[in-house]
Design a protein around this ligand. Structure first.
Ligand code: FMN
Length: 156
């Protein structure tokens, strides 16, 4: 099967959009991910896939904690700001309202919900790493927010 058909087929699968944040040496890292999914109930596990070239690997390999902010449909700009690899990590957080979890990692404010996780396993899979995290805590936004959807290369 050729790559473009593979990509096109995968793009017909609608997903939510998350920002995965992490920290190393007091520096905040964040990137947009639609590969986030829940994995297990006992124990409570989630996963996301990250390109092996991505800068966030530096932080994730050194500090095993990360947060997942699940974006709402009014957070399109945030989705593209954190996917822009022309921006430095510092620039990605510029103008974005955040709070911090107990482990000092940023959470995107006004998102649908968030999870605080600890990496328990990293699997090499082709040109990506699969990070598996155990969920330590989380919260749902009290306002009823609609999720940001990613489908056929567009955010809805
Ligand atoms: C909607 C959307 C979803 C994305 N999902 C992922 C993903 O799951 N994994 C990934 O490696 N990159 C994903 N990307 C691309 C990264 O966000 C982008 O390459 C980012 O610059 C990586 O950051 P880093 O290199 O600074 O760590 C996605 C981009 C968009 C717009």
């Amino acid at each position: 099967m050729n790559t473009s058909l593979f990509k096109e087929i995968c793009s017909t699968y609608a997903t939510g959009v998350t920002i995965i944040t992490s920290k190393d040496n007091n520096k905040d890292y964040g990137f947009t991910a639609n590969s986030f999914t829940s994995v297990s109930i006992d124990p409570l596990l989630v996963l996301f896939c990250l390109n092996k070239e991505a800068k966030s690997n530096i932080a994730l390999k050194k500090n095993s904690f990360f947060n997942v902010s699940i974006l709402s449909n009014v957070q399109k700009d945030i989705c593209y700001q954190f996917a822009n690899n022309k921006l430095s990590q510092k620039e990605r957080f510029s103008g974005i309202k955040t709070t911090e979890s107990k482990n000092n990692i940023k959470i995107i404010s006004n998102s649908c919900s968030f999870l605080e996780c600890k990496i328990i396993d990293t699997i090499s899979a082709g040109d990506h790493f699969i990070y598996i995290g155990k969920c330590l805590s989380g919260e749902i936004n009290k306002s009823k927010l609609n999720p940001l959807i990613y489908h056929e290369g567009k955010t809805l």
